[in-house]
Ligand binder design. Structure first.
Ligand code: NAP
Ligand code: MG
Length: 484
């Protein structure tokens, strides 16, 4: 195989101006940090990027109060048309500052710049554009409220998001919440708070009324304080199933509604009549995009036995071309693992895969000395009882299983506590539709993978959670009497 040499193509980090420390964003202002703070680092270099405030229960309380005041005095009194104008303004500012946001996301998260540039930031802006369009059309989005009235907002929303798509997950919460007429307190993940803080500046620039969006940085305890706050009307959570269960328990019996977008163990199912070149790209993108830190990752490859050897051969050949390294380089395909903790989890589960008897292979590529890295890894000979076939690894690790018949593919694909996403690769449309119907997953892709659009509802079944984000269904979950 010809090896192509690439010249370095680094994006400029000078596009980003970082403060040494950040306070909480409450009531339209950055509140000077007084209590404890923590460092957020670049996982590709372990360099400290900034100090960020850790919001205590009192900090969360101040943010919820600011959100309530903004809701009662301003936001709930505005027309949908006026709310829509603010959302359009935010969407345009995200586009104007897209390059800066992309660099900052890559610095704080470790994902390749091509992905933050081409996926995270444009999709985040698209979510604001899409929901801006709904703000004055809520009466057409959901059935009318009592007496034919336009459906009413819930009030104050608490949003809690993970670190894998920081700005995009923020957009998934903030855009529908505001379009529906709610105000919000958002807690970003501990390791990736910086684009949320830059978004706070965008809210100021858009002259969004103070208190409509509040950002409280911190770790799990800050999230728990937001969940426990009696002034929050709805919790919109994206994260792990374990924390989702804690939140469901904490909210049981209260009047606070919740949507939970949790983990997954997606099956990517490849039949012997599949277009193999496309399928290989779909398998690679399905698990190695964003270092495999993707809730809907196709982390289990189910391949028909008759083509298993051929698929394995082609897959390994393709993986050998992946470029792992500096996330700011535009040639990079696979970036840094987001944190040392996550790296330890991935390495631990990969070790278990070997110990349980699966065959481990990786690309053997060189890795940078500093930072958190894991080579793209494939396990073959995986059986359903192996932990790497059952548990979410949330890293660049693919588990390969085989099947003989469509019925066996269905049984194996559904043999997981999760039910978030799946992919099917086959030439036969009838088989694709039959199979899609049998799979217990919120999203099923046919001859493609990881397609996202703000108009399309996304969410899971079983232990992948409840509620949808995106589309009319996602919007409905931010209105009274709907979707919760
Ligand atoms: P996580 O540990 O559950 O954290 C998610 C968020 O919850 C973070 O902001 C976290 O804060 C916060 N948190 C932690 N403990 C909490 C508590 N007791 N009460 C309230 N909030 C708490 O998940 P993660 O490891 O960051 O993210 C990976 C998980 O998210 C994976 O399982 C993935 O599948 C899932 N995910 C799902 C979707 C979806 O749409 N279904 C999308 C993306 C990711 P800290 O980060 O500061 O600890
Ligand atoms: Mg970071």
């Amino acid at each position: 195989m010809t090896v192509i040499e690439y010249a370095p193509a680094p994006e400029s980090r000078a596009l980003v101006r970082l403060e040494a420390s950040y306070g909480l964003f409450v009531g339209g202002e950055f509140v000077a940090a007084s209590g404890p703070s923590f460092a957020t680092i670049n996982p590709a270099t372990e360099e400290v990027l900034a100090q960020v405030s850790e919001a205590s229960a009192a900090g969360v309380d101040a943010a919820v109060k600011a959100a309530r005041t903004a809701y009662t005095r301003v936001w709930s009194k505005l027309s949908g048309t006026d709310r829509g104008k603010y959302l359009f303004r935010i969407a345009r500012l995200l586009q104007e500052r897209a390059r800066e946001f992309a660099v900052l996301e890559t610095l704080d998260n470790g994902k390749p710049i091509t992905q933050s540039r081409d996926v995270d930031i444009p999709l985040a802006a698209a979510h604001f554009f899409y929901h801006a369009g709904w703000a004055d059309k809520l009466a057409y989005a959901v059935p009318p409220g009592p007496g034919g009235s336009t459906p009413a907002p819930l009030g104050v929303v608490g949003g809690i998001i993970p670190w894998n798509f920081p700005l995009l997950m923020l957009a998934w919460k903030v855009a529908p919440a505001l379009a529906a007429g709610n105000t919000i307190v958002l807690k970003p993940a501990e390791t990736t708070p910086l684009t949320a803080l830059l978004f706070a500046q965008v809210c100021q620039e858009a002259e969004l009324p103070p208190g409509v969006v509040n950002i409280v940085t911190g770790a799990g305890a800050t999230g728990a304080a937001l969940v426990a706050h009696p002034g929050v009307d709805k919790i919109a959570f994206t994260g792990s199933t374990a924390v989702g269960k804690q939140i469901a328990r904490a909210l049981a019996g209260t009047r606070t509604s919740a949507t939970l977008e949790l983990g997954g163990k997606g099956a990517n199912i490849v039949f012997d009549d599949a277009p193999l070149d496309e399928a290989i790209e779909g398998i690679v993108g399905g698990i190695f995009f964003n270092q495999g830190h993707v809730c809907c990752a196709g982390s289990r490859l189910l391949v028909q036995e008759s083509i298993a050897d051929e698929v394995e051969r082609r897959l390994k050949r393709r993986l050998a071309t992946l470029r792992v390294g500096d996330p700011l380089d535009k040639n990079t395909d696979v970036g840094a693992i987001n944190s040392r903790t996550q790296l330890d989890t991935i390495a631990g589960l990969a070790h278990v895969g070997e110990a349980e008897g699966a065959h481990r292979w990786d690309t053997g590529c060189a890795l940078p000395e500093q930072g958190f890295w894991f080579r793209p890894t494939v396990f073959t000979g995986v059986t359903q009882t192996h932990r790497i076939a059952q548990e979410e690894i949330f890293g660049p690790v693919l588990s390969v299983l085989t099947f003989r018949t469509p019925a066996e593919a269905v049984a194996k694909a559904n043999n997981t506590p999760y039910g978030l996403a799946a992919g099917i690769w086959t030439e036969k449309g009838s088989r694709l539709l039959w199979l899609a119907d049998q799979l217990k997953a919120g999203v099923v892709w046919g001859n493609t993978y990881n397609q996202f659009d703000p108009t399309s509802p996304f969410g899971g079944v079983k232990e992948s959670g409840y509620g949808r984000e995106g589309g009319r269904h996602g919007l409905a979950a931010y209105l009274q009497g709907e979707g919760h």
